[in-house]
Write a protein that binds this ligand. Structure first.
Ligand code: HEC
Length: 152
């Protein structure tokens, strides 16, 4: 039953690709802003969270430990971008950094639970980790996207 949906989707994608290259309206320029390095860092975090979920399901604790380690020690934006971000978050910089710190500690706790092959501890820590991601997103993600990409 998947084939017709896939076919329909590729058709839509094909049509979108075939659209003529009309000149972009002025507002579209802001929306085509170069993505922040942060966005890629976030995507990697998302991928590692999926690996953790998969590792927990399969009881592959070595995999969980590795992926949680990558979440805890995720790369940072380059200095120039960090300055742009800090100047945008302004007086909320402390909060922003605190959310990052919370996710870091929670990811370390996930790694520690996995190292001990303690499923329950790992899962509880993973829930905390997800809450850390969620809390920062709830507060900062929309304003970031609006500010840095001009999208609404
Ligand atoms: C300190 C704040 C903060 C924390 C903590 C945080 N994020 Fe994000 N996240 C953001 C911001 C800001 C954006 C929007 C970035 C952008 O669009 O350039 C974002 C966007 C994302 C995106 C969407 C990227 C895209 O393709 O548009 C994903 C996925 C993501 N974060 C995953 C995570 C995961 C998983 C965690 C926890 C392990 C996490 N984030 C923790 C601030 C945070």
């Amino acid at each position: 039953m998947r084939t017709p949906l896939v076919a329909a989707l590729s058709l839509v994608a094909g049509l979108a690709l075939a659209a003529p290259n009309a000149p972009a309206p002025v507002e579209a320029d802001a929306q085509a802003a170069k993505p922040l390095a942060l966005r890629n860092i976030m995507r990697e975090l998302g991928g590692n969270m999926q690996v953790i979920t998969d590792g927990i399901s399969r009881g592959d604790w070595a995999l969980v430990e590795q992926a949680a380690g990558r979440v805890a020690d995720h790369p940072q934006s380059p200095v120039s971008e960090r300055l742009r971000i800090m100047s945008f978050v302004g007086t909320n910089a402390g909060k922003f950094k605190a959310y990052d710190g919370e996710t870091h500690s929670a990811a370390e706790a996930v790694a520690k639970g996995a190292r001990a092959r303690d499923g329950e501890t790992t899962i509880l820590a993973f829930q905390k980790l997800q809450t850390g991601c969620f809390n920062c997103h709830r507060e900062f993600r929309k304003p970031f996207v609006e500010h840095f990409y001009g999208a609404r």
